[in-house]
Design a protein around this ligand. Structure first.
Ligand code: NAD
Length: 268
């Protein structure tokens, strides 16, 4: 049985915790941690397993796997010390576009024989992109969200963008390397695409605010010597956090299920 510690008890963490608590996988949630005590305590009240609530990542012990569902800052701060002891499944993938951090993480996993798992998240097509990555000429992701899901983004605030609009508006065009810094809570998917594909400096990103959309839409276009792909997902936003898609939560749960039972692996 895998003993699990969860960092971040928000929209994603809460659903993962409830899934583990439902005893559908061979795992037990033994520790939970959130900088916000009330959020952590609220999750505690929902669970049968009554995990230990801790005050710092340094209090994590006697577990097999840590799940990070907190923030890019959390992943930056905790990843190395976690991977020196435990396997880690991480959601705040945008932080990994920092090459120095990524390389340090890789070296740590080699040295301590630990593993980092990155769920596909709120998109589709990662398997195919991974397979053709050496042959890609062009890759682009266009993310369309309701202004409510974009209004707190650093880029919107820095540029004083007015999102009281009545038709779709292209608010950002650039590359993933920069986009994840400007839209840290919205664009982890562009980071995942960059890591499996041709890198953050070559992955084009467009972000559209659309007052009439009720889904988080991601469209991915890939062209190369293999042919072309187009993937589109229209995700229902999580009620707890409109920036997060329900698919991201389901993808995390499926990734966890496969970590706990990896005897037959389907997909590339
Ligand atoms: N990979 C993907 O496709 C994908 C999709 C959606 C969200 N995400 C990312 O996953 C993470 C969690 O998303 P969410 O929707 O659950 O967010 P959320 O805001 O609902 O919850 C995050 C929780 O983590 C806590 N937290 C933040 N920093 C922390 C720290 N340093 N230590 C401990 N706790 C901390 C917060 O207090 C909050 O309760 C975010 O970084 C988000 O950007 C990834």
């Amino acid at each position: 049985m895998k003993r699990i510690a969860l960092i971040g008890c928000g929209a994603i963490g809460c659903e993962i915790a409830k899934f583990i608590d439902s005893a559908k996988i061979d795992a037990k949630l033994t520790i939970i941690f959130d900088l916000n005590y009330n959020t952590m305590n609220h999750l505690y009240t929902l669970l049968n397993s009554k995990p230990k609530m801790i005050k710092s990542v340094d209090d994590i012990n006697e577990i097999d796997l840590v799940i990070e569902a907190a923030s890019q800052d959390a992943l930056r701060e905790y990843a190395i010390k976690i991977l020196e002891k435990y396997d880690l499944m991480a959601m705040s993938i945008g932080a990994l576009l920092d090459e120095k951090l990524f390389n340090k993480i890789y070296e740590t996993t080699l040295k301590y024989n630990t593993r980092l798992y990155l769920p596909t998240g709120a998109i589709a097509g990662i398997d195919a992109i991974k397979s053709v990555k050496a042959l890609i000429d062009e890759i682009e992701i266009i993310s369309t969200k309701h202004p409510n899901a974009l209004k707190d983004a650093l880029y919107v605030k820095m540029n004083n963008l007015d999102l009281t609009i009545n038709k779709p508006k292209l608010i950002y065009e650039g590359y993933a390397k920069e986009a994840v810094r400007y839209f840290p809570a919205n664009i982890n998917v562009a980071a995942t695409l960059s890591l499996v594909g041709v890198g953050a400096s070559n992955t084009k990103v467009k972000i559209i605010a659309d007052p009439n959309i009720h889904t988080n839409r991601h469209e991915i276009f890939v062209k190369g010597k293999f042919g072309e792909f187009m993937f589109r997902v229209d995700n229902i936003p999580s009620p707890a956090n409109p920036k997060t898609s329900y698919l991201a939560i389901l993808s995390a749960i499926e990734c966890l299920r496969s970590i706990c039972d990896d005897r037959i692996k389907i997909g590339t």
